[in-house]
Write a protein that binds this ligand. Structure first.
Ligand code: SF4
Length: 266
């Protein structure tokens, strides 16, 4: 099957109730196999070791055991994340590659705005994520142009902002493949149980979404899956402020902060 065609065909079949692709595990495997055919030497798994990421990792490594496994080590991860990394390395006989921020950029940001700047405002939080996550990943991909596509563990049901996640997103480089985009949390839990996958220890403490230590908490009954992320921000606060330059151009507040951090970086 033409792998390019297979991505869109599988996606439309999954979105159609009663469509042909009723077995989600089989169709996820089919999608991954198509990606392996299309990008035989250019694939990687990017995961933060949540349940979804581990399902994707298990599916991919069962078909292509030598696929590199990457994670972004922001410098603010909970200690338990290193435990799950060790468990994954042991089970899959692999070495997880840690993508880390530029220490000079972090030092500049902390000297200007403090280590816990994300508590102050949404632009500050976005700045911290830029310095600790976005820019390190961009740099890594620039240094590794052979990576054409990455497997990620997004699901459409995780939040409104993920409702339109595509199985394969070619709008960015590398392409992003969300092989379990249409799975439910129950599908993920069932696969985790059936295949006895390792689990991040914080799930047992009531977490449903796991990221950096200071920006993630356990949720209570009735809260959404992502309610434990940046919980101090209201939905309206999460809009990033827009600033205007002297010549009238609009720019995001986070871009202003980022420019200050970079000009202060030694
Ligand atoms: S999640 Fe929090 S600590 Fe982690 S990079 Fe973003 S703002 Fe910084």
């Amino acid at each position: 099957m033409d792998p390019l065609a297979s991505f869109s065909e599988i996606d439309s079949a999954r979105k159609t109730p009663g469509g042909a692709a009723t077995d989600k595990v089989a169709s996820a495997r089919e999608l991954i196999a198509g990606a392996i055919r299309e990008f035989p030497d250019g694939l990687a798994i990017l995961t933060s070791f949540q349940r979804e990421g581990l399902v994707v990792l298990d599916l991919v490594l069962s078909l292509a055991p030598h696929t590199p496994v990457l994670t972004i080590d922001t410098g603010r991860l909970p200690a338990a994340t290193y435990d799950i990394i060790a468990a994954v390395e042991k089970r899959y006989n692999t070495k997880v590659e840690l993508i880390t921020p530029d220490s000079a950029e972090v030092a500049s940001m902390v000297s200007l705005y403090g280590r816990d700047l994300f508590e102050e405002s949404v632009p500050n939080r976005m700045l911290c994520c830029q310095i600790r996550k976005v820019r390190p990943l961009d740099r890594y991909m620039t240094r590794n142009p052979g990576i054409s596509a990455i497997f990620i563990g997004l699901r459409r049901g995780q939040s409104d902002t993920r409702a339109e996640v595509e199985l394969i997103d070619r709008s960015s480089e590398p392409a992003r493949i969300s092989a379990i985009a249409d799975w439910s949390a129950e599908d993920v839990a069932a696969y985790t149980r059936e295949h006895e996958l390792p689990e991040h220890p914080l799930y047992a403490a009531g977490y449903t979404s796991i990221g950096c230590d200071p920006c993630t908490r356990a949720v209570t009954a009735g809260e959404s899956e992502r309610a434990g992320r940046w919980w101090w921000e209201s939905e309206t606060d999460k809009e990033c402020g827009i600033h205007f330059t002297p010549d009238g151009r609009a720019e995001r507040a986070v871009d202003v902060l980022l420019r200050e951090v970079l000009s202060n970086t030694k």
